[in-house]
Design a protein around this ligand. Structure first.
Ligand code: SF4
Ligand code: SF4
Length: 387
């Protein structure tokens, strides 16, 4: 039975968050649990979610007060704490500066690690992926603690503790994984392998203000007052998705793959929830994002031709577009699926859907929320029949 601590935390107040985190660790086993997790003075790496360059307090990224409260708890166990991430777009130090994490880190002598410094490694015991280039800092850390945000995600439905480590792939190399793993099931197997490779040891999920709708960057903030902590990434994510409306955690591609490959506990019967109950913390009206995970509902007999008719497409909300071209820049395909064309005097993206792998990087990283995902009529009908 895997244990997770589910805590109610109603504000981004450092003292309150610190108190809740201490309560969470107490529920999980107190000082002994922490000493086992962090052998004295081991090299600890914190991995927040810094998806892109965002303002402090943005629901896109791990909140700076959660980050500070975590450091305040962990510094009793190690003087050797660092942090880092590789955003999907933009410079990581600028991202850390803008969202307030760098200031907090400097205050506590926590080192900033640039994930551009990478290492090539083989991983023979993987489910799928044996050869890797990963950021050196998470690979060489003794203890990797992930600090994800609770958000919707166009391809993976949900991003939390498992998906947060995709940022351990340096910079633009992330795009090559999308090209190599265009189907959600393989992409999720890759995420599980990546977590095994960097040995993610513990997760503290920031769901005080989560993100619903068109996540993981352009959705709406959703106050959930929630922190979830645990050693098992699958148990933390499984608990989180049950709070937002997935009664069956296997509806989430990464959790389905984890369950199929016996990579961590996923099913509610195998997870002991300490602290608050699921029922008391459930959000009734959370706006899910169910347009991705595209090949989960298509039978293996469906041809590529039919897949093109069924799979969801990125669509432009023309009035929100500011012609920045970022969608074209982040598209991993060669040649680019997106072309910028003149539409009534304004340069706007247009998609060659025959070549699109539906990774939704363009939707994820558009700075204006000008890209959403949408099923064709046939896709909608098939999806409805599946559920
Ligand atoms: S859709 Fe978004 S990313 Fe693409 S050009 Fe318009 S604003 Fe920029
Ligand atoms: S157009 Fe968008 S969804 Fe399609 S391959 Fe490029 S980034 Fe991915």
């Amino acid at each position: 039975m895997e244990k997770v601590a589910l805590l109610r935390c109603e504000e981004y107040d450092i003292k309150l968050i610190e108190k809740k985190l201490r309560e969470g660790f107490e529920l999980l086993g107190g000082d002994k649990f922490l000493k086992d997790l962090i052998p004295y003075n081991s090299k600890v790496l914190l991995k927040p979610n810094m998806l892109s360059i965002e303002e402090a307090g943005s629901p896109v990224v791990t909140n700076f007060n959660v980050f500070e409260a975590v450091i305040r708890v962990l510094k009793d166990y190690s003087n050797n704490i660092a942090f880092g991430d590789s955003p999907g777009f933009g410079d990581s130090k600028k991202a850390a500066e803008k969202c307030g994490l760098l200031d907090v880190a400097n205050k506590y002598n926590v080192k900033f690690e640039d994930f551009k410094d990478s290492i090539h490694v083989k991983f023979e015991d993987s489910i799928l992926c044996k050869s890797w280039t990963v950021a050196r800092a998470p690979y060489e850390a003794d203890v990797l603690i992930t600090l994800p945000k609770l958000k919707t995600h166009a391809m993976a439905y949900f991003t939390g503790a498992i998906k947060n480590q995709f940022g351990c792939i340096p910079g633009t190399l992330k795009a090559t994984w999308h090209t190599r793993m265009p189907e959600a099931n393989n992409f999720c197997k890759m995420l599980l392998d990546l977590n095994s490779l960097v040995k993610t040891s513990f997760a503290i999920l920031d769901g005080i203000v989560a993100m619903e709708g068109n996540g993981p960057r352009s959705g709406k903030p959703k106050k959930m007052d929630t922190l979830i902590m645990g050693k098992s990434l699958t148990a933390v994510d499984s608990t989180a998705v049950r709070l937002i409306g997935y009664d069956n955690p296997l509806d989430i591609p990464a959790l389905k793959e984890a369950n199929d490959y016996k990579w961590g506990k996923v099913l509610p019967k195998d997870i002991q929830i300490l602290g608050e109950s699921i029922e008391s913390m459930k959000v009734k009206d959370f706006e899910l994002c169910r347009t991705g995970g595209n090949f989960y509902f298509i039978s293996p007999g469906v041809t590529n031709f039919l897949r093109d008719l069924i799979a969801p497409d990125p669509i432009l909300i023309s009035e929100k577009c500011v012609s920045c071209k970022r969608c074209q820049e982040v598209c991993p395909e060669k040649p680019k699926v997106i072309k910028m064309i003149n539409n009534k005097g304004k340069m706007q993206p247009t998609w060659n859907m025959k070549e699109c792998i539906r990774c939704f990087c363009c939707q994820e990283l558009c700075p204006c929320g000008a890209i959403e995902t949408q099923y064709s009529m046939l896709g909608k009908i098939l999806k409805m029949n599946k559920r």
